[in-house]
Design a protein around this ligand. Structure first.
Ligand SMILES: Cc1ncc(COP(=O)(O)O)c(C=O)c1O
Length: 415
């Protein structure tokens, strides 16, 4: 099996090296080089502009991680102590930990057969403290944004799109990230495009952009333009990226459409072969839009027993056993372990005493117990995708994998 990484990492090549060399040749490693020196490339800035073009949105600020990007989104919206954010129980832990680090409270919602937030489960979670809904485009599949946006509008809530696993995906013809008030991306090694680590915030709202920028860089105005002393808008953090990271991100964003096209073709090939098997032992998860990233093929078995039998034969795990992406495997959440001794913000007076326990999302639990990820472009044991193909797999390799997986599927039904 191939090494653990996303499709962008597999395509690292001369384009990234050229961009890095440009930076090294000038010696400007900091994102704010000398504007007057024509040698200064401004790779981070260029990446931000190209990201805006790709997403089809007004503003982008690059950040040091997707986690930081989510925090900057919430800081921009003014989400803080006592506020509740509705987030699916199946997501990477950072969707939840970023809420905690804003001293806000995550309220978990069920996922549906798309393994993204179930729009029918949102309204019952809304309280007078709810400030935002955070749909997560999980495993590259766009969340069903139309009903999510309608609910947000009805209840006057913000929408923060967590696009960390779905850079490049489209929903109803537009890129994910362009639907929410503000959205976050990750550039870590498992993502569709990568700079090793890194992230980005995008929004159409100039004021939110200014606030996200300020949060990511010690309260400064975008690009540190304008008179700063005495005019900084808030305490910020340092979540900047360097020109070296910006250089790789720039080369990668230029590959995003190629990555989407190649993955769509490879997934279709593998999926068609498996669809032709005459069995009712499994179906596939629901895909909310054909513009999904096609980074994974998720099998939904008819029951947990059949899924387990498949995993034993294939040497993989069901999603429910795959690790940190499932709320019931997040010990920090279940035990309310924060960096404070008291477990604040979970336990602060102004918060509801939320209870997080295995079994609290029965639909999600039942689905994940019978779900298995097959890799197409993201090879990651942490997602349970240690079986499958990668973006470089040839047609012959895909056919061979389809045959092997097909045999496991036939066996698991018999046994
Ligand atoms: C859904 C989701 N949200 C947030 C993040 C956090 O991104 P990063 O690792 O860049 O901080 C990830 C990364 O794995 C993710 O998958």
């Amino acid at each position: 099996m191939s090494y653990s990484a996303g499709p962008g990492a597999y395509l690292f090549g001369k384009e990234e090296i050229k961009e890095i060399e440009d930076v090294l040749a000038t010696g400007y490693l900091f994102r704010y080089g000398s504007e007057d020196d024509e040698k200064f490339n401004g790779k981070v800035y260029q990446f931000e502009k190209e990201m805006e073009n790709i997403i089809g949105i007004g503003h982008c600020v690059a950040t040091s991680s997707g986690t930081g990007a989510l925090m900057a989104c919430m800081a921009a919206l003014g989400i803080g102590p006592g506020d509740e954010v509705i987030v699916p129980g199946y997501t990477f832990i950072a969707s939840i930990s970023s809420i905690i680090h804003m001293n806000a409270i995550p309220v978990l919602a069920e996922v549906d057969e798309s393994l993204t937030m179930d729009p029918n489960d949102i309204e019952k979670r809304i309280t007078k403290r709810t400030k935002a809904i955070m749909p997560v485009h999980m495993l590259g599949n766009p969340c069903d944004m139309e009903p999510v946006l309608a609910i947000a509008k009805k209840h006057n809530l913000y929408v923060i799109e967590d696009c960390c696993q779905a850079a490049g995906a489209k929903y109803r013809g537009k890129r994910v990230g362009s639907y929410g008030d503000i959205s976050a991306f990750s550039l870590n090694i498992f993502k569709t495009i990568t700079a090793g680590d890194g992230g980005a915030v995008v929004t159409d709202d100039i004021e939110l952009y200014k606030r996200a920028f300020a949060y990511h860089d010690q309260g400064h105005m975008p690009n540190r333009a304008g008179i700063e002393v005495g005019a900084r808008s808030m305490f910020g953090m340092n979540m900047r990226i360097s020109e070296l990271t910006g250089a790789v991100a720039l080369a990668q964003i230029r590959k995003i459409d190629k990555i989407m096209n190649v993955l769509a073709q490879k997934k279709a090939l593998l999926k068609n072969k498996l669809e032709n098997l005459q069995t009712d032992a499994f179906t596939f998860r629901k895909i909310n839009d054909p513009g999904e990233c096609a980074t994974l093929l998720t099998i939904l078995f008819k029951d947990a027993k059949t899924a387990k039998a498949f995993c034993e034969k294939a040497g993989t795990t069901t999603i429910s056993n795959s690790g940190w992406h499932v709320y019931s495997n997040m010990e920090q959440l279940l035990e309310k372990k924060t960096y404070t001794e008291t477990g604040c913000p979970f336990t602060c007076e102004h918060n509801n005493e939320m209870i997080y326990e295995a079994g609290m999302l029965p639909n999600t639990d039942a689905l994940l117990d019978r779900a298995v990820n097959i890799s197409i472009g993201v090879v990651d044991k942490g997602l349970g995708s240690s079986v499958g193909i990668n973006i470089l797999s040839s047609e012959e390799e895909i056919e061979l994998q389809a045959k092997t997986i097909g045999e496991f599927l036939a066996d698991c039904e018999e046994g």
